[in-house]
Design a protein around this ligand. Structure first.
Ligand SMILES: Nc1ncnc2c1ncn2[C@@H]1O[C@H](COP(=O)(O)OP(=O)(O)OP(=O)(O)O)[C@@H](O)[C@H]1O
Ligand SMILES: [Mg+2]
Length: 498
């Protein structure tokens, strides 16, 4: 058999010599290869059906963080058996030869050998357990091991691995500990290595920090020992194939219908917009929704660290930054991309995330005829977002007085939309704020829309409502009129003030 070592499998003395492998009732399904195989069949307990793709906001339905969420219903005993069988498998097969096979044949080979080991070692297992074990072992050898069932679930937003035995997931805005674990830190490192090698990178003691992407587009960050003290830390932001749309955000209560109307007008009237928010607050999702209002005849250029946006327009050029290669060369930064964009005759520039000196170039683009450009940045309030832009420009080494930088900010950014993840796990748009001008050295802003919190309901969900602040004529009124949308704007603001 290809890939098998010559040494026979050692049978424990207790095992009867004629023990036959237990046959599964149905033909064993082929082990699904990466990127997203089906979750393994349950061993004992039924796998809870994956919740709908829509993140829930109810905290009452979440398992408490202290109790691990069961994924695939694996018991401690199961993990022990799996380790024994896995070790026997590694002694039996030659992994380097196995690597030369295509995934399907390699999975077939592994299944044959594992069935034989189970039979020789006389391991008592139900058919379902055996099927789950075969699937898990194929995942370990050929895929992303224990991560596979998590990667297959569409309702998980983030997977956070803190060393081999603590794996957290974020579902419905809540972080939960799972019972998923790796055999040991070296298995975790192997899987990290497998992930990053697909994008031509390496993660080890010499280069312990690495960003990568899974084949399905999910964003990955690995930080390995010795920097990560308790074993490698792996963070995956799952790529959602079915991106949330503005209607979904309205249904979740992230924004009111009137607020969404104002955002629609902001998006289609080519108003320069920054989306601000904390980590995982829904900035990219909101940016993606806002791009939905761009006219189909506009030439749009997007610049991202990892392509997450899904623009539906026909005239879009998508650009992505590039990290340095193993020799530390060939890096293309966000600043390089934004600067280059300006030579590509864009009508709008969309920057996935502004985090450095590219802020200067984006402001310049906004200022020089690329109206309707957009970007996101990390900040906890619209005011803080403006401070962040200023400090990004200052830190970029531009020797400009702060008054000049502020004037530049005011001349470029029209609206800041603030997104937040509240403590009940729900995401809300908390502010739609206009940047009006400067008074002395201070930037003047005005809130158009805000989210008022009224406290918590019995289930711990935050109650509140979106309302307009009573401003009847926002500063972008003339622009809305230019695009023939002023009546809708007035109607939305009026309705939300009641
Ligand atoms: N309004 C919303 N309601 C429910 N879930 C949401 C909402 N907005 C975003 N999400 C989900 O939250 C997760 C994080 O969203 P997103 O990537 O947009 O956040 P982000 O602020 O860009 O994060 P990061 O700071 O890591 O870039 C995604 O799984 C997304 O589907
Ligand atoms: Mg983002």
């Amino acid at each position: 058999m290809f890939g098998r070592r010559t040494a026979p499998i050692e049978a424990p003395s207790a095992a009867p010599a004629d023990a036959k492998p237990r046959r599964t009732a149905a033909a064993a399904p082929k082990a699904a290869p990466k990127p997203a195989p089906k979750a393994a069949k349950p061993a004992k307990k039924a796998v809870p059906a994956a919740p709908p793709r829509v993140a829930k906001t109810s905290s009452s339905e979440q398992a408490p963080t202290s109790q691990p969420v069961e994924i695939g219903g694996r018991s401690d005993e199961y993990f022990q058996t799996k380790t024994t069988i896995f070790n026997a498998l590694i002694d039996t097969i030659d992994l380097s030869q196995l690597a030369q096979l295509d995934t399907e044949s390699a999975a077939e080979e592994i299944r044959d050998i594992v069935n034989e080991i189970i039979s020789i070692k006389n391991v008592q297992m139900s058919i379902a357990e055996q099927e789950a074990l075969l699937q898990d072992i194929c995942n370990d050898v050929l895929g992303y091991g224990p991560l596979e069932p998590l990667l297959a679930r569409d309702d998980i937003a983030d997977i956070m691995v803190n060393g081999s035995s603590r794996v957290f997931i974020e579902v419905g805005g809540k972080i939960q500990l799972t019972n998923v674990r790796f055999r040991d830190n070296s298995q975790l490192m192997n899987i990290c290595q497998r992930i990053v090698s697909q994008v031509g990178r390496r993660v080890d003691e010499a280069s312990p920090i690495c960003d990568a992407r899974l084949p399905d587009g999910s964003r990955v960050n690995v930080i390995a020992p010795p920097l990560a003290i308790d074993g490698a830390a792996l963070t995956i932001r799952k790529f959602k194939k079915d991106k949330l749309r503005m209607d979904d955000l309205i249904n979740f209560g992230s924004i009111s219908p009137e607020g969404a109307k104002v955002l629609e007008i902001v998006g289609c009237c080519r108003i320069n917009t920054l989306i601000s928010g904390g980590t995982g607050s829904g900035k990219t999702t909101l940016l993606n929704c806002m791009t939905g209002y761009i006219e189909h005849d506009e030439r749009v250029i997007t610049c991202e660290d990892a392509a997450e946006l899904q623009l539906q327009q026909p005239h879009v050029v998508r650009l992505e930054t590039r990290p340095p290669n193993l020799e530390g060369q060939g890096e293309v930064t966000m600043r390089d991309l934004v600067k280059n964009c300006l030579r590509m005759r864009p009508e709008r520039i969309i920057v996935g995330e502004v985090r450095g000196p590219e802020a200067f170039d984006l402001l310049q683009a906004m200022n020089t005829g690329h109206d309707g450009s957009m970007g996101t940045l990390h900040a906890n309030s619209p005011r803080e977002a403006l401070q962040r832009v200023e400090s990004m420009i200052t830190m970029g080494g531009y020797n400009l007085p702060s008054k000049t930088i502020r004037e530049m900010i005011v001349g470029s950014i029209d609206v800041i939309i603030q997104a937040a993840r509240l403590r009940d796990g729900s995401r809300r748009i908390t502010h739609v704020t206009e940047v009006l001008g400067t008074e002395g050295d201070t930037i003047i802003t005005q809130d158009l829309f805000i989210y008022d919190m009224d406290g918590e309901d019995a289930e711990g969900n935050i109650a509140g409502r979106h309302r307009s602040t009573g401003i009847a004529r926002p500063a972008f009124w003339d622009r809305a009129r230019y695009y023939g949308r002023e009546a809708e704007l007035a109607e939305a603001l009026d309705a939300a003030a009641e």
